[in-house]
Design a protein around this ligand. Structure first.
Ligand SMILES: *[C@@H]1O[C@H](CO)[C@@H](O)[C@H](O)[C@H]1NC(C)=O
Ligand SMILES: *[C@@H]1O[C@H](CO)[C@@H](O)[C@H](O)[C@H]1NC(C)=O
Ligand SMILES: *[C@@H]1O[C@H](CO)[C@@H](O)[C@H](O)[C@H]1NC(C)=O
Ligand SMILES: *[C@@H]1O[C@H](CO)[C@@H](O)[C@H](O)[C@H]1NC(C)=O
Ligand SMILES: *[C@@H]1O[C@H](CO)[C@@H](O)[C@H](O)[C@H]1NC(C)=O
Ligand SMILES: *[C@@H]1O[C@H](CO)[C@@H](O)[C@H](O)[C@H]1NC(C)=O
Ligand SMILES: *[C@@H]1O[C@H](CO)[C@@H](O)[C@H](O)[C@H]1NC(C)=O
Ligand SMILES: *[C@@H]1O[C@H](CO)[C@@H](O)[C@H](O)[C@H]1NC(C)=O
Ligand SMILES: *[C@@H]1O[C@H](CO)[C@@H](O)[C@H](O)[C@H]1NC(C)=O
Ligand SMILES: *[C@@H]1O[C@H](CO)[C@@H](O)[C@H](O)[C@H]1NC(C)=O
Ligand SMILES: *[C@@H]1O[C@H](CO)[C@@H](O)[C@H](O)[C@H]1NC(C)=O
Length: 807
């Protein structure tokens, strides 16, 4: 995130880039669909030039009986008279089938009034019917960004936040429901919430929120009584148990320029007592079992990371490069065992950085991947393939500007290019030829309607958009599937689609993403994407906004949201829900499953085949051709067995890198100058190797010793200052700003920086544009970009798609 400081009208850019220590992808209970186009008058982007046939989709006809079956379990809802520009869906509870839909209208951006909901709907049958329940809250407008919060637990807690103009009332209003939205009671607040009200994970009756004047407010009785427990609060997060962490300003006000002065406080008794656990922090986060802080040891100095694994009792400085104000840190993924940390490359807007993998303590890091693509908008393509342990997929920005996909099967130990699918030809035989998968960047900029998808219960299954060739191509992407967690791929659907994995992988559904015309059919596959059948679910095509299904893959109900023009030529929202349970009438039995050794490469050594992080796993999974129902109660059946230790169970230690030619870990030259802390603080007789965090291998294997390397790294400890000084210009700015001159902090406009990247003649031109922040003006004029080309990798102002925002 960029902040622009306006000092007496002159714009000075202070690149305080936000660190991100939060999981963006974990909670997919809320989805937003938008309708911005009018149905006809939009630029067409579906006029793709047809290249050589890439692969043939396998389509088999649907029998008349199945068609009738599906037709009788298809339910269409027209939201008559609703002129909302976007629909936000929130799933309440777990397996309840209860959905709230908040329809919101957009208002002119120059108005201080932020817009609100026009209608609130509720479904309790997985989307088969919706009821307008706006009257239950007296038709109050709800906040369009955080109007609905649904908690876990039974009965299902739901909180609605009203949207009230700030000026009139002394405080905002919420509606609370303990029965999943059947009844609501309204509560008048003494403050205005600035964000969604958050439930404690342990007990949903504990609520926390920050108010627009930076107060931290807490309720211990599900929102009836609130008390302000602290002032000047910047952000908060729940830790484990009922620990609440928050950063606050020592002076009671949060100024952007003094972010590095925040203090981190902790309360374990809901605000009765606090202790300060860190100072001079810029940002912090709690993920997995790790508490992170990025600290400016001097205001404006490069930030460094401190990590605690005991809820903030003790912090240790992480052995990571420090980040100047123009760089950022981002936790890509973390669990109980380790962290993947992206450190932005030095220099402004490089769009790449280095991925580091941590040890069990989160203190020592080793390089996992260089030139990792990461745009300025806080989006990364780093994807945890949740259907197979240890598999991660991401994209790198190679020298020369090509973007290529890489995959790791051993949790970041090694990365390799993806294999070309067998059923796809290379566009140019004289070049490298691999499969490249589009990630969050492509989704964000409208190239693909979805990011890659995998589900923990659908073992081995991965589905995503991609292209085959020398590097990733922004031209019409196709859909590819993998059944073995990304080792081998299969071209399955031509052109961009919305897709969803249902029935724990027993069923995949997909709807073609068209912008130029309405859709009326859905494709589905019961054999993991090998063949598809098509079902026409309506006689009246509509423009697709997106698919929605319960946020667990065990459901078989899928809802298709979109809009069509009604009789008065006004757009009308439509939802079609199809229940596939009646198509797969048979429950799966033993004959439908096979045992499958994950990560097996059928090597000759059965002792090591399939070993990963010290153990192998055998799964019972559905046979590809079995068309039956896993059902709601399906649990993945797996058997684990230990492996003996080999060199695969070790990685290069901090300050070492994998040298391919000598097949050994050698000291990293650029670390020689930064290792004082490492050598002084860490009592570690490093040999250049370290057991991979979480590795459970058995046996007494020792990696090759590398005493000389350790000497080189630690033998010559000098006392140079490892901190870079703050650039004088920024220092001056901070001084100016803190002298009391009003610094108006505004969020920067989306700055589109286009780079012309040309990877060879045959592959289409690829524009990588970095989109920064701007709520109001997405109208990027393609023709005015430096190279004047109309390219895929850019925001289309009138693309009516489909922003599937997962929160
Ligand atoms: C949802 O319910 C299922 C079965 O009752 C349970 O296994 C699962 O953990 C629950 N999920 C959440 C997120 O509570
Ligand atoms: C709606 O308004 C009526 C009458 O003013 C009031 O009695 C009722 O409590 C309100 N309901 C809610 C949920 O605010
Ligand atoms: C909560 O509010 C109710 C009614 O306003 C009041 O009677 C009660 O004492 C309050 N409880 C606490 C703990 O403040
Ligand atoms: C708080 O404000 C005072 C006066 O504006 C200033 O001198 C001081 O540096 C600020 N920061 C802290 C940490 O007190
Ligand atoms: C990746 O996903 C798997 C399955 O959901 C999860 O167990 C694991 O902790 C995740 N890895 C990380 C590093 O978050
Ligand atoms: C489904 O719709 C498509 C196009 O609208 C049409 O060509 C096709 O014949 C229909 N299929 C059936 C089985 O009705
Ligand atoms: C589909 O929805 C119906 C309610 O309409 C529900 O009874 C059924 O359990 C759902 N099926 C699945 C597999 O979630
Ligand atoms: C299979 O994996 C093992 C262990 O990872 C490796 O030593 C072997 O070379 C691999 N074999 C093939 C054919 O890739
Ligand atoms: C490895 O050896 C090859 C051939 O000798 C050489 O071209 C390449 O640069 C070497 N790679 C490294 C990382 O030293
Ligand atoms: C280490 O520091 C010295 C002096 O500060 C510098 O000359 C040298 O280039 C640095 N080495 C590396 C690898 O950065
Ligand atoms: C330490 O560095 C100095 C100068 O760079 C060098 O002369 C000396 O041999 C080094 N000592 C060791 C133990 O490497």
């Amino acid at each position: 995130m960029k902040w622009i400081l306006l000092v007496f009208g002159s714009v000075c850019l202070l690149d305080v880039v936000e660190d991100s220590f939060v999981h963006g992808k974990r909670n997919a209970r809320t989805v937003t669909f938008s309708r911005t186009g009018r149905g006809q008058s939009r630029r067409r982007r579906d006029t793709w030039t047809t290249e050589k046939e890439r692969f043939t989709e396998c389509n088999t006809p649907l029998s008349v009986k199945d068609r009738e079956l599906l037709r009788s379990h298809t339910h269409e809802t027209g939201f008559h008279g609703d002129d909302g520009s976007s629909f936000t869906l929130t799933w309440a509870g777990n397996g309840t089938g209860i959905i709230f839909v908040l329809s919101t209208i957009s208002v002119p951006s120059d108005s201080f009034y932020e817009g609100g909901s026009s209608r609130l709907y509720r479904s309790e049958d997985y989307g088969k019917s919706f009821h307008d329940i706006s009257h239950a809250i007296n038709n109050t407008f709800l906040n369009s960004y955080f109007g609905i919060s649904a908690g876990h637990g039974n009965p299902q807690p739901v909180i609605l936040t009203a949207n009230l103009p700030f000026t009139k009332d002394p405080g905002g209003k919420i509606f609370t429901s303990m029965d999943a939205g059947l009844t609501f009671r309204s509560v008048q607040l003494q403050f205005h919430p600035a964000q969604a009200i958050q439930f404690s994970l342990l007990d949903p009756k504990y609520l926390v929120v920050i108010s627009i004047d930076d107060g931290l407010w807490l309720s211990e009785d599900f929102g009836n009584n609130w008390s302000k427990v602290h002032e000047g609060v910047h952000t908060f997060t729940w830790g484990s148990e009922n620990t609440l962490f928050f950063s606050s300003s020592p002076n009671g006000t949060v100024e952007a320029a003094r972010r590095g002065e925040l203090i981190l406080r902790r309360t374990c008794d809901f605000g009765k007592t606090f202790d300060t656990i860190a100072e001079n922090i810029f940002s912090f986060g709690h993920i997995g079992s790790f508490l992170f802080t990025s600290v400016m040891e001097k205001l404006g100095s490069p930030r460094v990371i401190y990590v605690s694994k005991d809820q903030g009792d003790h912090f240790k400085r992480a052995q990571l490069p420090s980040a100047t104000t123009e760089q950022f840190y981002s936790v890509l993924d973390a669990d109980e065992d380790m962290i993947f940390m992206h450190v932005d490359n030095p220099g402004e807007d490089t769009y790449y950085g280095t991925v580091y993998a941590s040890d069990e303590q989160g203190i020592l890091y080793s390089k996992s991947l260089e030139r990792h693509l990461f745009g300025g908008e806080g989006k990364s393509d780093f994807t945890n393939i949740t259907s197979l342990r240890g598999v991660y997929l991401t994209n790198i920005l190679e020298e020369g500007g090509c973007i290529r996909s890489v995959i790791s099967f051993n949790r970041g130990g090694r990365w390799r290019y993806l294999k070309k699918p067998e059923n796809v030809d290379c566009p140019d035989m004289s070049k490298k030829c691999n499969l490249h998968i589009h990630g969050e960047h492509s989704h964000f900029s409208g190239v693909t309607p979805m990011t890659p998808s995998s589900e923990p219960t659908a073992i081995g299954l991965v589905i995503g958009h991609g292209s085959v060739g020398d590097s990733i191509s922004a031209a019409r992407p196709d859909v590819y599937v993998s059944r073995d967690g990304g080792y081998t791929w299969w071209g399955t659907l031509r052109g961009p689609h919305h897709y969803s994995i249902l029935d724990s992988g027993g069923l995949i559904v997909a709807v073609e993403a068209r912008r130029d015309r309405g859709i009326s059919s859905i494709k589905f596959s019961t054999d993991e994407g090998q063949c598809w059948k098509t079902f026409n679910f309506t006689d009246h095509p509509f423009f697709l906004a997106g698919l929605a299904s319960e946020p667990s893959s065990s459901t078989m109900n899928i809802s298709i949201f979109g809009y069509r023009l009604d009789d008065n030529h006004k757009p009308m929202w439509v939802a079609v829900t199809i229940d596939f349970e009646h198509l797969l009438t048979r429950e799966c039995n033993d004959q439908d499953y096979v045992t499958w050794l994950a990560h097996s490469n059928y090597s000759s050594n059965p002792k090591t085949d399939g070993c990963l992080l010290g153990y192998k796993e055998t799964f019972r999974r559905l046979k590809t051709l079995s068309a039956c129902r896993n059902g709601r109660g399906y649990v993945v059946s797996r058997q684990q067995s230990p492996c003996i230790c080999t060199s695969e169970d070790f990685m290069c230690d901090y300050g070492f890198y994998w040298h391919e030619n000598s097949s050994a870990c050698l000291p990293q030259p650029d670390f020689l100058n930064q290792t004082q802390d490492f050598c002084l603080n860490v009592d570690l007789q490093t040999t250049g190797y370290r057991r991979i965090p979480g590795d459970k291998c058995k046996g007494s294997f020792s990696p090759p010793r590398n005493e000389e390397a350790h000497q080189k790294l630690c033998g010559n400890v000098t006392s140079s200052d490892s901190h870079t000084e703050i650039p004088p210009a920024i220092l001056a700015l901070i001084v100016v700003c803190s002298l009391g001159i009003i610094c108006l902090v505004i969020i920067a406009a989306y700055m589109i920086t286009s780079r012309r990247i040309n990877c060879g003649q045959r592959s289409p031109e690829y524009n990588f544009s970095v989109l920064q922040i701007q709520e109001d003006d997405l109208s990027v004029n393609n023709e005015s970009t430096p190279n004047g080309k109309l390219n895929g990798f850019q925001v289309q102002e009138d693309s009516d798609d489909v922003s599937l925002i997962k929160q």
